[in-house]
Design a protein around this ligand. Structure first.
Ligand code: NAP
Length: 440
């Protein structure tokens, strides 16, 4: 059986792993838009969290198994279409993640200086489509909207010192821009209370361990809170610790504010401030606005209120949830989904293992029950021929390992895990130089 897995993030790799260890094993072609694999493990996980990135070693072991092919720089919807995949493979698994941000839907959201947090994340992580973004960090206050782990990543990255950033694989441009910025205060705004925040505790705890920033919590925001889960209880204890601290006069401050929603981003030519409304919680712990409003001057806003999936041409899509409608990962016999495009943008990297395995179990059930259409055209040669006919510069796994080696070698000289190649030209050139046997 030949299966196309579209997307090479954690969900795609865990799905590939389950398919390759099936009895009999399936053959997997992993199609990826970028020349590089690993999805958010490479381009989402914060550069100062190298341990989280080490899961890529498990993905490398999957990629080295017989029957696996990585076909990078192949975009489904441009180079190959859903109809091609249905014809050329016995089954297709979409594991394309959630590629855009959820919107706030308030005035001023598109003013220069108002960014999706995910744009900053892609920029400092070296995503080749985001290097031209020009974040003006010559402001004193940035406001981060949202109480999830992405909000913490963004707030923390903006607060790191040069010494903290230097040993990471953040791009050189982002390290210089952040370390030299005139930011003094980063305000993290949650629409509900400290007991409702979706931070995970170790990530919250880290905010109190920054070399160059004090963490500030108003004890009034903690009064009467009723944490209802173990995670919420632990978060609450950490926040109590923060509230009890005296600021140490560090150059930057990270301030947590709760029970406030943005109602407008203000400014003529660019962001100059944000209007916030005070909320109360109803019986269902939903945020209900009061009459109390406040304007906070700021030069940057990062909207970190969740990701949202993007529709693939020819594939069913639920625009409200941003997912491909499915049951347990089965869209219909022969077409499946895994990861964020299946369940929505929640959970940590490991969540995708169970999620992808569930999908593959259904796929294999369909195969055994004879529910998959016979595919006389399903062969690696037919896929390669079609890609060649369409002039696609495919980056195979050997091309990726060439990129990987070049990046690691560049990092080694300065004690960093890697220095990423972050333009399409550099990435494709590195992949092709080795593929053609030339060394640099
Ligand atoms: P998230 O955890 O779903 O958090 C989204 C936040 O946005 C919530 O606090 C939510 O508040 C808030 N929000 C939503 N709509 C809003 C609005 N209109 N106005 C104000 N606030 C609004 O999402 P995320 O931070 O994007 O993270 C995505 C997933 O990746 C999560 O599962 C996260 O744990 C994971 N992740 C993990 C790590 C890590 O392990 N280190 C790092 C990054 C991301 P409500 O609760 O009120 O809806």
């Amino acid at each position: 059986m030949r299966v196309a897995v579209v997307g090479s993030g954690p969900a795609g790799f865990y799905a590939a792993g389950a398919l390759l260890s099936a009895d009999p094993p399936a053959e997997v072609d992993m199609l990826e838009r970028l020349p590089t694999p690993w999805g958010l493990v490479r381009l989402g996980v914060a550069p100062d969290h190298p341990k989280l990135k080490s899961v890529s070693r498990a993905f490398e072991r999957i990629a080295e198994q017989p029957g696996f092919r990585f076909l990078g720089n192949v975009e489904v919807g441009r180079d190959l279409h859903h109809a091609d995949l249905v014809r050329l493979y016995d089954a297709v698994i979409y594991a394309v993640g959630a590629q855009t941000d959820r919107r706030l839907g308030i005035p001023g959201e598109d003013l220069p200086g108002s960014w999706a947090a995910t744009e900053l994340v892609a920029w400092y992580n070296g995503h080749p489509d985001f290097q031209q973004l020009d974040f003006d960090l010559s402001v004193e206050r940035a406001v981060v909207i949202g109480n999830g782990n992405v909000a913490l990543d963004v707030a923390r990255m903006l607060a790191l010192t040069h010494e903290e950033l230097a040993p990471t694989d953040a791009t050189d441009a982002s390290i210089a821009a952040i370390a030299d910025s005139s930011l003094r205060e980063i305000v993290v705004v949650g629409r509900r209370g400290p007991a409702q925040a979706s931070f995970t505790t170790p990530e919250l705890q880290e905010m109190g361990e920054l070399a160059g920033a004090d963490v500030v919590v108003d004890p009034v925001d903690l009064e009467g809170a009723q944490p209802k889960s173990t995670n919420a209880e632990r978060n609450f204890a950490v926040l109590q610790g923060f509230a009890a601290r005296e600021p140490q006069g560090r150059p930057r401050r990270v301030v947590f504010r709760f029970f406030q929603s943005p109602i407008a981003i203000l400014g003529k030519e660019r962001v100059e401030g944000i209007e916030l409304v005070r909320n109360e919680l109803d019986a269902n712990e939903r945020a209900v606005p009061t009459e109390e409003r406040e304007t906070l001057a700021c030069g940057l806003v990062f909207r970190s209120v969740g990701y949202h999936g993007v529709e693939l041409p020819g594939v069913v899509f639920d625009a409200k949830t941003g997912t491909i409608p499915n049951e347990g990962g089965r869209v219909e016999p022969g077409v499946y989904s895994a990861g964020w495009i299946k369940r929505g943008p929640t959970g940590v990297i490991g969540t995708n293992k169970k999620d992808a395995t569930e999908t593959v179990v259904l796929l294999l059930e369909d195969a055994v029950a004879g529910r998959l259409q016979p595919k006389p055209d399903a062969s690696a040669a037919a896929v390669d021929a079609l890609l060649a006919e369409r002039g696609v510069r495919v980056v195979e796994y050997s091309g990726w390992t060439a990129i990987d080696e070049a990046e690691r070698a560049a990092g080694e000289k300065t004690g960093r895990p890697r220095i990423k190649l972050c333009s399409w030209d550099e990435l494709l050139a590195a992949a092709e130089r080795i593929a053609s046997g030339k060394t640099s």
